[in-house]
Design a protein. Sequence first.
Length: 233
Amino acid sequence: MQMNEYIKFLKEGNSQERLNAAKKLGEMKYNDAVEVLVLSLMDRELSVRRASWTALEHMEQKSVHRIIKRYQSILSSFFIDELKSSYWPVRSFAARILGKIRERAAIVALLEALDDREGYVRYFAAEALGKLGEPYVLPYMVKSLIDDLGNTRTYVADSIKYLILNLPDNITPEDLMFLEETLKKIKEHNGHEELSKLFKKIIEEKKTEKVKDFVIIKDNYPEDRQVEIICTG
C-alpha cells in the first residue's frame, strides 16, 4: 500500500484503519505525513492519538516541531479541554502532550491536574510543568511532592530538579530567593532531606552565576527574612 493510501485511511477510515495507518506511517518515516499525524493527535480514539504521537517520534523532528507550532493554538485548546475528561487515560495523554508541545497556556490546567486522583495524570502534569520552566509553579510542585501518597513522588522530584536546572537566564535575584524559601519546606518532611540538600546546592550554583546582577546587603535570609537587594545590572 502506498503512503497516500495510508494518509487517506488516517483521515477517513474506521477506528482500526486509522490506527493501522498511523502505525504504518510511523514505520515508513515519511515526513510528508507529519501534518496529518499532528492533526490525528486530536482523533476521537485515544489509541489513534497514541499511535500518531509514536509515529511522530520517528519522524524528522524539525518538521514535527514546525507543524506543531502551526497548530499550537488548536492543539492547546483541545488538550486543555481533554484534561477535564472523565476517562483518566485521556487526561493522562492530554497532560503528556501539553508538556511535549511546551504549551504555557496550559499551566493553570496542569497545576490543577497535580491534584488528579490518578497517579499517571499527576505524573505527566508534573513532567509538563517541569519542562515549561516557570519558577512560580514550584510551590505547587513541592506541595504535590509532600502530599502525594502514591508512587509519583520520584517523578515529581525529577520534574522539580529539571525545572531548577533549566531556570531561564533572565531569572531575577528575587525569584531565586523565592525558590530557596519554597524548597526549605521539603526538608521539614521526613524522607526528603537529601532531596532538599540537592535542590539547595543547585540554587546556590544559580545564585553564584547571577552574582554580577545583584548585591545582598543583609545576608541573614531566610531566617529573619530581612533582605534588601540592590540591582546593579
